[in-house]
Structures are given as C-alpha cells and as structure tokens.
Ligand binder design. Structure first.
Ligand code: GDP
Ligand code: IMO
Ligand code: MG
Length: 427
C-alpha cells in the first residue's frame, strides 16, 4: 500500500491524532489536505502530550515528511507559533512543506467568524471562531489571498489592497466596527511570508512524486464525515471536505492513486458545537463518559456533547468515504459501564429508518433504535492483542464491524502509542 487516507467518521475528535501518529511510524509522508486550525489533534508520546492544530501529527517522527496541502486554510500566525511550539520541544520542522496554493486565514476572517455567530444568536453553529468558514467563503468567491502571494510583495500588495478595502467597507458600514490598517497588515504579512519561505512549495508535485516513487503516503483527515459541508449535517458543519474525496482535491492527487481508506470510529459519539445529535445522552451516563473520557475540546476547551455509538451515521460514513477498514478508539473509556447501547437504526414518526435522512429537520426529530450490550467491567488498557480483550469487548467490536459493514483494522485501548491493537496493518 502506498497511499492511504485516514478520516474521521463522526463529528470530529474520534482520536485521529493518536491513530495517525501510530501509523506515521510506517509512513514516509503525512499530508493534511483540508480544514485549518479548527482541528485539535492530541498525541501522547511517553510523558509528553502534544496538541497540534495545523501541522500534521506525523511531524513527531524525525524521518517523516509532512505536508500542509492546497486544501488547508492556513493562519500564518498559528503556523509560525506551531513551528515554534515544536522547536521548543526539540522537534525539527525541516521536513515540513506548505502549499503555495493554500488560502490564508486573515485577521478579518476571525472577526467575520465571530460576527456571523453573534448575529445567528440561538441559531449559531458553534464554530471554533478560528476564521475557517470566512476563509473558505473568500476562496469560493475568488476573494482569497494565498500562501504563495506572500512571497511576491507587489502581487500581495495589490490583492490585499482590493480585498481589504471591501472588508473594511463591510466592517464599518454594515457592522459599525473598526477598520483594519492596510499598511500595518501588509507589513506584518510580508514578514510572515519571509518566515514561511523555506516551507513553501508546490505540494501537489511533492506528494505525487512521493507516491510515484513507491513511498508510503498517509493523508490525515481533520474534522469528521458528519461535519463535511456536502455530506454532513448541513448547516451544522465545517466549510471543507473531511471525507476521503476531499483528500484528492485538497492535495492535488488523483483518486486512482489511493489504495485504501480507513475510518476512525470513537466507540461512542461526541460532538462539540451545535446541531442534531440523535444518540445524545443528556443524563448521568453521558456525564460519566464525559468525565471518564475527559471529553473537553482540544481547540476551544468546550465540554463535548456525548452519546451512544450511532451506526446509522457510521454506515453513511462507510458509504461516502468508501471505507476499507475501521480504527476503533477509546474502548477503555467504557471499561466501567454495566451495559452499553448502540444505535442500529432510527425511528421517525413511527417508521424505522436504516439510512441517515437527508433532511436536517427529519434528523432532528428521529429517535435512535438502541440495542443493549453487556459491558466488560474491567480495565482493558493493557491489552496488546485482540485475544487479550474480554469476550464482551470483542462482541461489541464485532457488532460494530457487522453493523457498519466494514472490517476492523486497529483498536485503540488507551492514549499511548503502545495501547494499540493491530488486526490488519494499514500500510
Ligand atoms: P482528533 O481530533 O480526532 O485527533 O481527537 P482529539 O485529539 O481531539 O481527541 C481525542 C482524545 O482521545 C485525545 O485526548 C487522545 O489522547 C485521546 N485518545 C485517543 N485514543 C484513545 C484511546 O483509545 N483511549 C483513551 N482513553 N484516549 C484516547
Ligand atoms: P478535529 O480535527 C470537532 C466543528 C465546530 C462547529 C463546526 C464548524 O479535532 O476532529 P468551524 O470552526 O470549522 O467553522 O466550526 O465544526 N468542528 C469540530 N468539531 N472536531 C474538530 O476538529 C472540529 N473542527 C470544527 O465545533 O460545530
Ligand atoms: Mg480534535
């Protein structure tokens, strides 16, 4: 296997960072292809906990090349801070590249993100307020500024002048806000460009060369399938394509180059931000899982909403991603439960539905059809092979694979690299 994609199958925070870090040991290159620093990926290596938002989790391996490809929206300030964060921990970044075609998150995008949420009031999306949505809006409306522009002062001056006059007009006339100073922003961003210069490249060429040379390339998804702008719970979604197809567009790689797609599945569900959540637990069980799993956002610190595993949503994820294997995470978080429930279908106005409805209104009204399974009531963090797991844990895992219709590849029973059971190597 030369090129594989790892995606989130739920509403994000499935444990992609841990799985990608684990698989990165065998990868020659790790590529991020969508989203921005709205992502929060936690990787535990020995005593150190790394929190990465923009730079691929593969950076922790000194031999692995890392790429931030064209589909990512890059906040240069955050990029440089994260580079510094890694340097301070003795992690080199010489092997990091960022696409000249990636769009920039600019200061006005952060302001517009907050303004849009404020205006929506109770209808707000609960965004991470990192300016991601407004940056993708500008990309689609051909008002974006790109990483490569920073290296051409005249081009950048010209583009920024046009864009900023439009943004300033909106800010002051529509919202009564202060305007941004053009010269200040120009100077600051050209300086960022100089600092980023060694990292900037034509990443589609870099990635395709690696694949063609038989190198092992891992495409690292951020967010999750249910947050995909087309295939998620619109409008309660992010503005990019976290699904597998997004990797091709976001990295400039043809679909014929991809060998396999793995879905990361947290063995229950969490969601941070607003929107429908059919299996949500608003009771003591939900609180207990949140507490046990320390389910608080890596990026915003918000408590995550918790629910049972939803295999209707997972079958949707299997279909839209073309999943070839599952990586099930956080099984140890359920260690203390007497019983566990799993949604096998939905009920909508008395009728059973086995596919995710394509209307948000219907999804908001459905009740989950729950199956109850026995818990295992013992610590499983020490398990290294599938046979080390209690029979009840294996029954739960087998049932997930059966209901989703995709075989298991990895099982994660703790935060550390070593707390991982391999059923089928990803590469
Ligand atoms: P991501 O956004 O998908 O990368 O996930 P996050 O990093 O935001 O959240 C997942 C959290 O779960 C992190 O704190 C991980 O360290 C942790 N984690 C991942 N796998 C496991 C696991 O199998 N067991 C436990 N207890 N924690 C895990
Ligand atoms: P990782 O990669 C969980 C959610 C936000 C909000 C919606 C839109 O860590 O899994 P945005 O700021 O993207 O415009 O917000 O998407 N969201 C995430 N939820 N994990 C993430 O990333 C997320 N990135 C965005 O909470 O509901
Ligand atoms: Mg996260």
């Amino acid at each position: 296997m030369s090129a594989i994609i790892v995606v989130g199958t739920q509403w994000g925070d499935e444990g992609k960072g841990k799985i990608i870090d684990f698989v990165s040991e065998q990868a020659d290159m790790v590529v991020r292809h969508q989203g921005g620093n709205n992502a929060g990926h936690t990787v535990v290596s020995g005593d150190v906990v790394y929190k990465l938002h923009l730079i691929p989790s593969g950076i922790l391996y000194p031999e692995t090349d890392c790429v931030i490809a064209n589909g990512v929206v890059v906040d240069p300030r955050v990029f440089l801070e994260e580079v510094e964060y890694l340097h301070q921990r003795g992690i080199g970044t010489e092997r990091l590249r960022v696409s000249s075609e990636a769009h920039l998150i600019m200061p006005y995008h952060l302001v517009f993100d907050s303004l849009a949420e404020d205006r929506l009031g109770t209808q707000k999306l609960g965004t991470t307020l990192r300016g991601v949505g407004p940056a993708y809006m500008d990309k689609a409306s051909r008002m974006g500024v790109r990483v490569g522009d920073l290296l051409q002062p005249e081009v950048f001056r010209d583009r920024l002048e046009r864009v900023l006059s439009e943004k300033n007009h909106l800010l002051s006339k529509a919202y009564g806000r202060d305007q941004f100073d053009f010269e200040d922003m120009l100077e600051q961003y050209l300086a960022y460009g100089e600092q980023m210069r060694p990292y900037i490249a034509n990443t589609s060429v870099v990635i395709n060369r690696a694949i063609d040379a038989g190198k092992r390339v891992l495409f690292e998804g951020a967010q999750g399938t249910m947050l995909d702008i087309d295939h998620g719970t619109y409008p309660f979604v992010t503005s990019s394509h976290p699904i597998a197809g997004g990797a091709c567009i976001g990295a400039g790689v043809g679909p014929t180059k991809i060998d396999a797609v793995y879905g990361v599945v947290k063995c229950y569900t969490s969601r941070v931000g607003d929107g429908p959540f059919p299996t949500e637990l608003l009771d003591a069980t939900g609180d207990a899982i949140r507490q046990e799993g320390q389910e608080y956002g890596t990026t915003t610190g918000r408590p995550r909403r918790i629910g049972w595993l939803d295999t209707v949503a997972l079958r949707h994820a299997a279909r839209v991603n073309g999943l070839t294997g599952l990586a099930v995470t956080r099984l140890d978080v359920l260690d203390h439960l007497d019983w566990i429930q799993i949604a096998v279908a939905y009920r909508y106005r008395g009728e059973v539905m086995t596919e995710l409805p394509d209307s948000l209104e219907e999804l908001s009204e459905v009740e989950p059809v729950l199956e109850t399974m026995e818990g295992w009531k013992t610590s499983i963090t020490g398990a290294r092979r599938i046979d080390d797991l209690p029979a009840a844990t294996r029954r739960y895992l087998d049932r997930i694979a059966e209901l989703v219709g995709v075989p298991l590849a990895l099982v994660s029973v703790g935060r550390e690299r070593t707390n991982t059971i391999v059923l089928k190597p990803l590469f």
